[in-house]
Design a protein around this ligand. Structure first.
Ligand SMILES: C[S@@+](CC[C@H](N)C(=O)[O-])C[C@H]1O[C@@H](n2cnc3c(N)ncnc32)[C@H](O)[C@@H]1O
Length: 151
């Protein structure tokens, strides 16, 4: 993965002061998606892998355990593992859990040092029942709109 520079800009938000905005560079999809199975991009609200990577790099340390309680196709876990963090994801929808498992399996083939990645099928509203360990940090993008869930 190439080293990519992210720019930080600031926006004045009326009544809310200054807001930090991270500007994510656009890479070719071949580079950005190189660690993901083809079916991954059928997810309707997948996070930019470059954004995941930069958030994890900024806000977590190598060796820490990161949680994504609404993991989708596990982009946060994959990027975290590639940065030497350990990561666990929880996802409600079976079809996204299946894609996540395939993406996580692909990490086995990599020679570079990496953290551990895991996906658990379940509802983020019951995290304490689903997780055996306590995470150091959570990185996620919540669902939006009126998506219906068919678990
Ligand atoms: C905005 S997407 C996250 C995308 C993810 N960051 C990625 O890049 O693949 C939100 C995800 O939350 C899942 N979700 C919604 N409600 C949930 C719940 N109660 N527990 C776990 N996952 C949930 C949805 O199925 C969807 O995949």
């Amino acid at each position: 993965m190439p080293v990519v520079r992210h720019k930080t800009e600031f926006l004045e938000m009326e009544g809310h002061g200054r807001c930090e905005v991270l500007v994510v560079p656009k890479l070719s999809s071949v580079v950005e998606h190189q660690h993901y199975t083809k079916g991954s991009f059928t997810h309707p609200a997948k996070m930019s892998t470059m954004l995941c990577r930069e958030l994890i790099r900024r806000y977590t340390k190598p060796g820490e355990l990161m949680l994504d309680p609404m993991a989708g196709i596990s982009a946060t876990q994959i990027e975290a593992a590639l940065l030497g963090r350990n990561a666990i994801g929880v996802e409600l929808e079976k079809k996204f859990v299946d894609i996540s498992r395939r993406n996580i399996k692909r990490l086995d083939g990599l020679k570079t040092p990496k953290g551990r990645a895991e996906i658990v099928k379940g509802d983020a509203r019951s995290l304490s029942k689903l997780l055996r360990e306590r995470a150091d940090v959570a990185v996620f993008s919540p669902p939006f709109g009126d998506a219906e869930h068919h678990s």
